[in-house]
Design a protein around this ligand. Structure first.
Ligand SMILES: Cc1cc2nc3c(=O)[nH]c(=O)nc-3n(C[C@H](O)[C@H](O)[C@H](O)COP(=O)(O)OP(=O)(O)OC[C@H]3O[C@@H](n4cnc5c(N)ncnc54)[C@H](O)[C@@H]3O)c2cc1C
Length: 370
């Protein structure tokens, strides 16, 4: 990690506008909010916040543009996880270890890894603050902080995960509990939830249900399972074409869907899940379970809430065609932490990185294909 300190000015800035693509706001050395100078490694041509799918991929692309030593990624975790694999870990088809790599091993060569957490952003001064009051300056900033899991918004969680019969594929701490709960299921209700917030990979809450159903069929327990999908939404999936196909599968596999059911409490010691009926606010229903898969509420990372780079809901406020920030031209956002009208998936991140000009598909009104 670099030795970093207070920076008042930075000369690492090139006058070029290499990052720009057609349609982006032009900026130049003089267009930035500060003309900073950096002697030590406390100022970067490109600073990336977050070393997940979007951050690592963008840092590799940017290093090719500005050269080794000019790009840094701020990421606190020592382990990088390929989260889409967790569906298969929860379903018993993969080991958790296969989804993990050391962050060091995925950091592109020539990109500096700053092992810290960003605590505040000051885009008017082209700098961010890290833990221990460390300040870093940048010429360009890419924000890729992902989406935050909020298990604590459900009464009884996360401590309820200490009990059996409950799991959640969304966290590294609980994904293996899903497979255990599937295996230990004997008879009764198997409940799969979908929260009342944006989520990453909106398909994952259903995928684990279909995997569970197939496992119980294979092991002769299917006739003893009453499988329920309790979703806060009023539809099975946001895109009608896929919703129609899914409804046929749901019917064929004899699964019950309860629409507008939002999980608000888990009494794990009694194997009870409490749902609020969103059509009748304040009215709750208690469901006994023999297995419960929780998809937690999610929201923007805390550091983005009330940040100058965020919209009113806390998502990074970017142009949907270019990923450029709407107010700060040298700031960009990618992935789950942005307010892009795409689904929050790795697939959307990859699409933006490799096919950015095709972002104009959005104008054709088909965000689901991004
Ligand atoms: C169970 C599951 C199944 C999924 N299945 C699929 C699938 O089939 N297909 C698909 O396309 N997508 C899938 N996804 C979604 C996909 O993993 C995410 O959409 C993708 O990882 C988003 O990339 P990102 O870079 O925006 O965020 P992330 O990859 O989550 O990275 C965010 C990074 O920011 C870091 N960070 C957070 N706060 C700070 C801070 N304050 N300072 C510094 N760093 C910070 C985090 O440590 C993390 O490394 C799935 C996800 C899950 C959980």
């Amino acid at each position: 990690m670099s030795a970093v300190g207070i920076v008042s000015s930075c000369s690492c800035l090139h006058p070029g506008i290499w990052l720009l693509k057609p349609g982006m706001h032009k900026m130049s050395f003089f267009g930035l909010h500060t003309a900073t100078k950096c002697a030590a490694k406390d100022c970067y041509e490109v600073l990336v916040l977050g070393g997940g799918t979007g951050g690592i991929a963008m840092s590799a692309r940017m290093k090719r543009k500005v050269g080794a030593g000019n790009v840094a990624v701020v990421e606190p975790s020592k382990t990088h996880y390929y989260q889409p694999l967790w569906t298969l870990v929860g379903g018993g088809a993969k080991q958790l270890a296969t989804s993990a790599r050391s962050t060091e091993s995925v950091m592109p060569k020539g990109v500096e890894w700053i092992k810290s957490r960003v605590t505040a952003l000051d885009p008017d001064k082209n700098c961010v603050w890290l833990e221990n009051d460390i300040k870093l300056s940048y010429k360009y900033l890419i924000i890729a902080l992902g989406i935050s899991l909020q298990y604590e918004k459900i009464k009884g969680l996360p401590e309820g995960f200490d009990h059996p019969k409950i799991g959640s594929n969304y966290s590294v701490h609980t994904v293996e509990k899903t497979w255990k709960a599937i295996q230990e299921f004997k008879e009764g209700n198997a409940i799969f939830t979908f929260p009342n917030t944006p989520v990453k990979c909106a398909g994952a809450p259903q995928k684990i249900m279909y995997l569970s159903e197939a496992y119980w069929r294979k092991t002769g327990k299917r006739s003893k399972a009453n499988i329920m999908f309790n979703t806060s939404l009023g539809v099975i999936f946001g895109v009608k074409k896929y919703a129609d196909a899914l409804l046929e599968i749901i019917k064929e596999r004899n699964i019950t869907i309860n629409y507008k059911y939002n999980l608000v409490e888990v009494r794990a010691d009694k194997q009870e899940a409490v749902f609020e009926n969103l059509d009748k606010p304040g009215v709750t229903e208690v469901h006994q379970y023999d297995m419960l898969h929780v998809t937690p509420p999610m929201g923007p990372p805390n550091v983005l809430i009330n940040s100058p780079v965020s919209d009113g809901s806390g998502w990074v406020d970017v142009d949907k065609e270019t990923l450029q920030h709407k107010k700060y031209p040298n700031v960009f956002g990618i992935g789950d932490c942005t307010n892009l009208p795409t689904s929050k998936t790795a697939a959307a991140v990859v699409r933006w990185i490799y096919l950015l000009p095709a972002g104009n598909r959005l104008q054709q009104g088909d965000p689901s294909r991004i």
